[in-house]
Design a binder for this molecule. Structure first.
Ligand SMILES: Cc1cc2nc3c(=O)[nH]c(=O)nc-3n(C[C@H](O)[C@H](O)[C@H](O)COP(=O)(O)OP(=O)(O)OC[C@H]3O[C@@H](n4cnc5c(N)ncnc54)[C@H](O)[C@@H]3O)c2cc1C
Length: 419
């Protein structure tokens, strides 16, 4: 394929954030390239989608395809206490009578392929096995990237805008040393897959289960197609590593710690490797500079207890596409153009982040908050399902009586040149 030498936008990364920006910009008539360093399909973690993913997926035109796919339909989430006691499932439809109240548990290699194919169908140019190596800088402005293709050759791709959607590879953050660790969320995760483990029936088959282990750790239990279940543990490294670093031993020890998890996994067979990550909860110092904007995990990663990652990637991709479209229309791609984008993205992350802090607070339970303040149930649910475009001030004031509510992180705005 002949590649143009000048694009409107070059996007680094073909995950959910990158495919969303690429598809929407191409649909708006812009000349777009998405660079993806891997060969798809490729493995990725992040399988449970929260209800408000629906709206971006709908705008992308993918809801019918998702409904026709083999992805397990998710109608609810439930919690299991450390002694194995199960709460009643929380059905999203009880809160919202809307198609979004049925979500999906996805296999990410297929899901990401679906999103990337969609961008391609909308005429974004997708360059697979092509890795962004460095930025092309024009003074203070980012003017493109140097990309290495599958043949190993490096070539310049000039662009009016570069969009960093490189996920936890954090391309720009690494280059400019912009990584700021969240002050309190220092967790790690270890996960694997089980075949033939127990699952509930009917609309409960696709429920996400969050099962507690001591010291504020938790299991995820996510039913996937083909009788597979994704099972992971998130906890403090000091807790998980207390008897050594063998992930299998760690896993088996913690399974024995929660009777519900032990019972559900008993009929299953563990398959594949154990995976570990400890690179948790950060945010970039800046969200944009002249000619560059960051989306999804390339900007920020938040502890996955409420499955917010893909939602934030899709949402930021959508917000960024609209902001980039405006900036291209005005022929002004300075960082200032991304103030509003950054405010909206940061405030969505902050709402979720407050929930995450409360979840990990000593002796905290959302049940206690709702017993005292039942009228906050709707706001709490909105926040959990991703309806974050609203003011949660009253909710978090109530939560603050029970747990520390973190102040918003001050960083993450565009890097605006001082004149
Ligand atoms: C343990 C764990 C559990 C999680 N569970 C959930 C969950 O249940 N639900 C949920 O919603 N989220 C979950 N997440 C979060 C979710 O995985 C991410 O938030 C989501 O994948 C972010 O999407 P993205 O498009 O920003 O980045 P990614 O999906 O990571 O995509 C980035 C893409 O960029 C490519 N890339 C990177 N560098 C370059 C380069 N230099 N050049 C070209 N291409 C490049 C990569 O190959 C990759 O394909 C979890 C995360 C972890 C760590």
């Amino acid at each position: 394929m002949i590649q143009p030498t000048q694009y409107d936008a070059v996007i680094i990364g073909g995950g959910p954030a990158g495919s969303t920006v690429g598809a929407l910009l191409a649909e708006m008539g812009h000349c777009v390239a998405i660079l993806e360093k891997e060969k798809f399909p490729r493995y990725h973690i992040g399988e449970s989608l929260i209800p408000f993913c629906y709206f971006t997926l709908d705008r992308l035109g993918l809801v019918d395809k998702l409904n026709a796919s083999s992805f397990v339909k998710k109608y609810s989430v439930q919690f299991v206490s450390p002694d194995g006691k199960l709460s009643a499932p929380f059905y999203f439809s009880k809160h919202m009578d809307h198609p979004c109240s049925q979500s999906w548990q996805v296999v990410r290699d297929e899901f990401d392929q679906m999103l990337l194919d969609n961008a391609r169908e909308k005429k974004a140019q997708v360059l697979m096995e092509t890795q962004a190596i460095s930025f092309i800088e024009d003074g203070e402005r980012i003017a493109g990237v140097i990309a290495r293709g599958p043949d190993g050759a490096e070539r310049p791709l000039h662009a009016k805008m570069v969009v960093d959607c490189s996920g936890r590879d954090i391309f720009s953050i690494r280059k400019y040393n912009w990584r700021v660790q969240d002050p309190s969320l220092n967790k790690m995760a270890v996960w694997t897959y089980y075949e033939g483990a127990k699952r509930d029936e009917g609309i409960d088959e696709g429920t996400t289960t969050v099962a507690y282990i001591p010291q504020k750790g938790w299991f995820w239990y996510i039913p996937l197609p083909e009788n597979m279940v994704s099972v992971g543990i998130v906890a403090e490294p000091s807790y998980l590593y207390r008897d050594g670093r063998d992930p299998k031993k760690m896993f088996e020890r913690e399974i024995a710690n929660n009777p519900w998890v032990a019972e559900y996994l008993a009929p299953g067979k563990q398959v594949g490797e154990y995976k570990i990550t400890s690179d948790y909860s950060y945010r970039s110092k800046y969200s944009a500079r002249d000619g560059l904007v960051l989306c999804g995990d390339a900007f920020s990663f938040l502890d996955p207890v409420f499955s917010s990652g893909v939602f934030l990637a899709l949402k930021s991709g959508e917000l960024a596409a609209d902001a980039i479209h405006n900036s291209l229309e005005q022929n002004d791609t300075r960082a200032e153009q991304f103030e509003d984008y950054s405010e909206k993205f940061r405030s969505g992350i902050e709402a979720m982040r407050k929930l995450v802090y409360a979840f990990y607070a000593e002796d905290f339970s959302f049940k206690d908050v709702l017993m005292k303040y039942p009228h906050h149930r709707a706001d709490l649910t909105d926040c959990l399902i991703g309806n974050v475009d609203k003011d949660f001030g009253a909710l978090f004031e109530a939560v603050s009586e029970f747990a520390e509510v973190p102040t918003p992180l001050p960083h993450g705005r565009p890097l605006v040149a001082v004149s």
